[in-house]
Design a protein around this ligand. Structure first.
Ligand code: NAP
Length: 243
């Protein structure tokens, strides 16, 4: 049985990805930080449907917790076949209003957390000579978002980082790709009023918000053998908003 770690799988895109991967036969490690109840429920649903899931609490902004999680998975399940570096937080604020703490937090979780997770999983995948990495960027990592400059910097960094490790890991049979979602209907956008949401949707050529499943499907394709000749790429899942 293949094993996948999905960071930030208690809610939103990560949750739907974990459920979808479990349906494809993966044993899934449902990483979470605060939403234990929700992570446990994701695992309960997967396990009662005949799949295999465990919840694992680890803060993606703490390298020692990332090391402990990857070692736990390696020691208990033998291999790590897929990592989906999904955990992320938003920061909607004018740059001039961002505090040092806010800037550091967003970079720690969204960028350094992804780099550290991929480094730790990379050690295991390189020794296995197989593995698959999917990172989560954002359309703002591609074009920059006003009032989301620090978030954009972290997400842009993820794109460059993913392309770099795709080259570095390729000789060891490890692929690395990135998914860049647009406007997806999750709690990350719960700060927007209904009318703000409709204004955004009005700008989207496909005239709807994306669903977590839209993003999960792209992740599943990248993780599958159907994408065996695809590495170092950014797949935009944004309804045509950013082309
Ligand atoms: P979400 O619904 O807010 O869920 C975020 C997930 O990340 C939760 O499971 C949360 O876990 C976890 N998380 C946050 N900080 C963490 C930390 N320090 N350590 C471990 N887990 C942590 O977000 P989403 O919309 O599904 O977003 C998923 C990814 O897609 C993010 O990287 C986001 O930047 C990216 N994205 C989203 C959109 C969008 O429109 N929604 C667009 C572009 C990109 P707990 O609740 O357990 O703390």
């Amino acid at each position: 049985m293949k094993t996948a770690i999905i960071s930030g799988a208690s809610r939103g895109i990560g949750k739907t990805t974990a459920i979808s991967l479990a349906k494809e036969g993966y044993r899934v490690i449902v990483n979470y930080l605060n939403s234990q109840e929700s992570a446990d429920k994701v695992c309960e649903d997967i396990n009662s449907a005949g799949g295999s899931a465990i919840a694992y609490k680890a803060d993606m902004s703490d390298p020692s917790q990332i090391v402990a999680m990857t070692q736990y998975v390696k020691n208990n399940f033998g291999s790590i076949d897929l990592v989906v570096a999904n955990a992320g937080i938003g920061l909607n604020s004018l740059l001039i209003d961002c505090s040092d703490e806010e800037i550091r937090k967003v970079i720690d979780v969204n960028l350094i957390g992804v780099i550290t997770l991929c480094r730790e999983v990379g050690k295991i995948m390189l020794s296995q000579k197989s593995g698959n990495i999917v990172t989560l960027s954002s359309m703002w990592g591609q074009v920059g978002g006003s009032c989301e400059s620090v978030y954009s910097a972290a997400k842009g960094g993820i794109i460059a980082f993913t392309k770099a490790i795709a080259k570095e890991f390729s000789l060891s049979g490890v692929r690395a790709n990135c998914v860049a979602p647009g406007f997806i209907d999750t709690s990350m956008n719960s700060n927007l009023s209904q009318s703000d949401k409709l204004t955004v949707i009005d700008e989207i050529p496909l005239f709807r918000a994306g669903s977590p499943q839209d993003v999960a499907d792209a992740i599943l394709w990248l993780a599958s053998e159907k994408a065996s000749y695809v590495t170092g790429q950014v797949i935009s899942v944004n309804g045509g908003l950013i082309i």
